[in-house]
Design a protein around this ligand. Structure first.
Ligand code: NAI
Ligand code: A1CAB
Length: 282
């Protein structure tokens, strides 16, 4: 399906995606080409660990790639596109995993008619468990979106959204989401340690509790609130715990967290809106 994929940006997200692709055998290592801004040591490491092709020669990276994955920070998008645009053709699919930046801006900077697709994965891609949301830009047809879905399905699930602007909320929800879970686990570990539990015992119990709750959410027809109520015996331990969370406004804090992350996505993308962007922020 794809003969060559080019990553422009060689950071943690690019690494997570390429790890997933390689683990699934979707592409061979020598079909994955990677470049970054100027960190040759980092490219050398990726080459040694994953046996992918690394180069600082942008033409060599981009030429003949079926898909070009933009995976730099939003602030670097303009310079990165400047570095590759003369090598990009209308036949290539450009995929951006950048928070906030619109497909319209990317098309405008590329000065090409190639399809641009925006994807928001998360780092669980590393083990094939990303929840990736995808939205097509103006030049992207259903066939391009489907091809991009096929690619991202190697690193987890894909969900196509009609409204590109929904990706801001999604970034705050599932793009950043794993970090909130890890933060939550840090607190559980600290609480266990303070109470004198051995870290390895606590870790095993915490992880299985998370996996079990996730599987319940996935497999049960019941709402999260109903599942919660089943655990909460009147006057019991769970009630005591939940009341404490309520006292600390836990739900309010989490909702504010997701809203703030989404607002930050809008903010990060705001310098990079296309002049004539149908997807311009309302
Ligand atoms: N880390 C995460 O969990 C997620 C990140 N993202 C998005 O992925 C993107 C990358 O994030 P990370 O991998 O965490 O960042 P990172 O800082 O680890 O990596 C960024 C990479 O871009 C390269 N770069 C910078 N300027 C460049 C240029 N002009 N030409 C070529 N390469 C250039 C850097 O050298 C570096 O290799 C961001 O836009 C972020 O919004 C999306 C979903 C999840
Ligand atoms: O923190 C960030 O900006 C990126 C986007 C989603 C996850 N990490």
């Amino acid at each position: 399906m794809f003969n060559k994929i080019a990553f422009i940006g060689a950071g943690s997200m690019a690494e997570a995606i390429m790890t997933g692709i390689l683990a699934k055998g979707f592409l061979q290592a020598d079909q994955i080409w990677v470049t970054n801004k100027e960190n040759k040591e980092r490219l050398e490491r990726l080459k040694n660990v994953y046996h992918v092709r690394c180069s600082t020669d942008k033409e060599q990276i981009v030429q003949g790639a079926d898909v070009i994955i933009l995976s730099m920070k939003p602030k670097d998008i303009t310079e990165a596109i400047e570095g590759i645009k003369k090598h990009v053709t209308d036949e290539q699919i450009v995929v951006s995993v950048l928070a906030g930046v619109s497909t319209g801006y990317i098309s405008e900077q590329l000065e090409k008619n190639c399809p641009v697709v925006r994807a928001m994965p998360n780092t669980s891609a590393t083990i094939g468990y990303s929840a990736t949301a995808i939205a097509g830009g103006k030049q992207a047809g259903q066939e391009h979106i489907r091809l991009v879905e096929t690619l991202f399905q190697t690193i987890g699930t894909t969900t196509v959204v009609e409204e590109e602007d929904d990706l801001h909320t999604i970034t705050g929800l599932s793009g950043s989401g794993p970090a909130y879970i890890y933060y939550f686990v840090e607190a559980m570990e600290d609480a266990a340690a303070e109470a004198g539990l051995k870290p390895e015992i606590a870790k095993e119990l915490i992880i299985q509790t998370l996996v079990g709750a996730a599987e319940m959410l996935k497999n049960s027809d019941e709402q999260p609130s109903a599942l919660r109520e089943k655990i909460t015996s009147p006057g019991g331990t769970t009630q005591a715990g939940l009341e404490t969370l309520e006292k600390y406004k836990y739900q309010e804090a989490l909702m504010a967290c997701i809203k703030q992350a989404a607002a930050r996505s809008i903010e990060l993308g705001s310098p990079y809106q296309a002049k004539n962007d149908a997807n311009k922020l309302k």
